[in-house]
Structure formats: structure tokens, C-alpha cells
Design a protein around this ligand. Structure first.
Ligand code: ZN
Length: 331
């Protein structure tokens, strides 16, 4: 790690790449009232213990140089008087054997992950269970707006709820990001109960001073043949023009990676797979780079089959990880 990298790492302590499932814009209006009733049970987001800096033990412990073997002294051949019988042949000069340096393996350097020092916030969209009253209370949405705390989200035609699909992807993504050295913070602690409202989910990324926040959703369009992914970004972020520009770069990175695994949305974004919005609270209120992924359309049977396939969940997580690695490269 270079000194500048170290300095940045220090500066970035506490930042996480948060994938925030803040947004409520997925598909049709939620089927409110169908969620289990119950008081909010959110007790705060998961604040993972920062990954300790790898120890430096073992570094710089150069192997001692191997001293070459001492060169044996060669006994001088005694001079022989002429009257003496011919001298016996001189003792052969001992061979000087070159001892090769010890080929001791260098100590293994501590692994530095591609996302070491990054804090990433992941927001698995919606909640496992929230009352209508809980969801309907109005909260600040940024840009002078107020909107509902949350929605129930959409579902596949055979009844798999979006909140569970988002949760499964968040778990897979969290694991692979941690493998890459990131500190990962989720906005809700389980797929049960009522998670935080959308404005509070934005606050998680801000409070953690996340390096990036990703909200994980899947869409719910009933338009015939509608399928594909798109990435939402805000045009009115609290973080201002710089954060918006960074969020655009992050969105572009996600699109570039998802292009390899899913078709682009054929019903939003005009073929760009990017949808600028000004009404998404979780993005509007963010002071850190943040985007919302709509990984596919759950009302489409083809998309739904992919997004509920455990193997494809891993494929998505790997694509988002590559997107984050690409986004952070050089930053
Ligand atoms: Zn959603």
C-alpha cells in the first residue's frame, strides 16, 4: 500500500460501501395492508466491526544472508631439496564448493483486498413485515418533498416477495464484498419486521460516511413483455453536484457489469438502463455516492426465474462487486 493509499485509507476510516435498499419506486404501488401487522422492530442497522488492518508482522523480516562457506586453506607444498627423491605429488587442492544461498521463501505479504478500506452500505429494499400505518407515515424525501416511510414492494407472480429477493442478494453481496476487504453495513438486520423508513436508510450511508451506497430492488411492471434491469440515480442529491457525478459514475459501472448478465430494461431508460429521478428519498437525501439497482422485473416470468435462482443471486453479487471495484479503481 502506498503512502497516499494509506493516507486515504485513514481518511476513509469508517466509510463503508453501503448498498441501500432505500427506494420505494419499484413497480406498481405496493399491496399495502397485506404485510403482517406489528409494531416496528427495527433496532438499527448492522454496524459491522471494522475489519482490522492486517498485521504487519512478518513484513520486512529479511532472511539473513547466507554466508558463503569459508574457503579452505590450501596447504603449501613443501619445497623439495634436489637430493631428495622426487616429491610425492602435491596433495590435491581441495575443491571449493560454492554454497548456494538459502532459498527460503519470502514471508507472505498480508492480502490486500480490492476493496480494502472501503465502507459500503447495502440497502435491501422494503421490509419483511410492516404495518400499513408504519409504511404510510410521511417522512422527508429530499428536494422539499415528503413521502411514505416505505412500501411493501412487489412480488413474483407465484408469490415470492421482493423484500426477500432483495435480502438474499444483500446477503450474497455482503459476503463477497467482505471477501474483498470492504466494511459492509446493511440498513436492516433481518428479513422480518419493519426496517427503517427510506429517509433513515439514507442516513445510514451518511452517518457511516460510506464510500458508496447501493440500494437493492427488483421492479414490478405488469406491462406485457416488460423485462430487464435498470439503475436509478438522483438528480437532486443532498450531497450536491460532486456526489451526483460520482453516483452517475457508479451507476455506469453497475450497468457495464449487469450488461453481461441481464438484458437492459425494455420499458424504462430508453435503452440506457439508467433512469434519473428526483423523487427517490434514499438517493435524494444521500451525501455519499448512491444508486438504486432494479435488478429485473419480477412480474416477468423470465426475469423472476433468474432473480429467484440461488446461482444467479451469486452471479449478481459478483457483478456488483466487479462494478464497485471498477468504480473505486483510481479513486
Ligand atoms: Zn423495490
Amino acid at each position: 500500500m502506498t503512502s497516499s493509499r494509506n493516507a486515504r485509507a485513514v481518511r476513509r476510516v469508517g466509510l463503508s460501501l453501503v448498498v441501500v435498499g432505500l427506494l420505494t419506486g419499484c413497480g406498481p404501488e405496493p399491496q399495502q395492508g397485506t404485510s403482517p401487522q406489528g409494531a416496528p422492530t427495527w433496532e438499527g442497522y448492522v454496524n459491522n466491526t471494522p475489519i482490522p488492518t492486517p498485521g504487519v508482522g512478518g513484513l520486512g523480516t529479511a532472511s539473513p544472508a547466507t554466508s558463503p562457506s569459508a574457503i579452505p586453506m590450501v596447504a603449501a607444498t613443501p619445497r623439495v631439496a634436489p637430493t631428495q627423491p622426487p616429491a610425492a605429488p602435491a596433495a590435491p587442492t581441495p575443491r571449493i564448493t560454492q554454497v548456494p544461498p538459502t532459498t527460503q521463501a519470502a514471508p507472505a505479504a498480508p492480502r490486500v483486498g480490492t476493496l480494502e478500506g472501503r465502507t459500503i452500505v447495502l440497502d435491501p429494499g422494503h421490509n419483511g413485515g410492516a404495518s400499513t400505518a408504519f409504511n404510510n407515515k410521511l417522512v422527508p424525501a429530499g428536494n422539499g418533498r415528503r413521502k411514505a416511510c416505505n412500501t411493501s414492494g412487489t412480488a413474483t407472480s407465484n408469490g415470492v416477495p421482493e423484500h426477500t429477493i432483495n435480502w438474499r442478494l444483500a446477503q450474497a453481496l455482503k459476503a463477497t464484498l467482505q471477501d474483498a476487504g470492504a466494511r459492509v453495513v446493511l440498513t436492516r438486520t433481518s428479513d422480518d419486521g419493519a426496517g427503517p423508513c427510506v429517509n433513515q436508510r439514507a442516513a445510514v450511508g451518511n452517518d457511516e460516511r460510506a464510500d458508496a451506497a447501493v440500494s437493492l430492488h427488483a421492479d414490478g411492471s405488469d406491462a406485457a413483455g416488460a423485462r430487464g434491469f435498470h439503475v436509478i440515480r438522483s438528480t437532486t442529491m443532498t450531497g450536491g453536484a460532486r456526489v451526483q457525478a460520482e453516483s452517475t459514475a457508479l451507476a455506469d459501472a453497475v450497468v457495464a457489469q449487469f450488461d453481461a448478465i441481464m438484458p437492459r430494461s425494455n420499458y424504462l431508460g430508453g435503452g440506457t438502463a439508467t433512469t434519473p429521478r428526483d423523487d427517490i428519498a434514499g438517493l435524494n437525501l444521500s451525501r455519499v455516492p448512491a444508486v438504486m439497482l432494479e435488478a429485473g422485473n419480477l412480474r416477468n416470468a423470465t426475469d423472476a426465474a433468474k432473480l429467484t435462482d440461488p446461482a444467479f443471486v451469486q452471479t449478481q453479487a459478483a457483478a456488483i462487486r466487479r462494478a464497485l471495484e471498477a468504480y473505486f479503481a483510481g479513486r
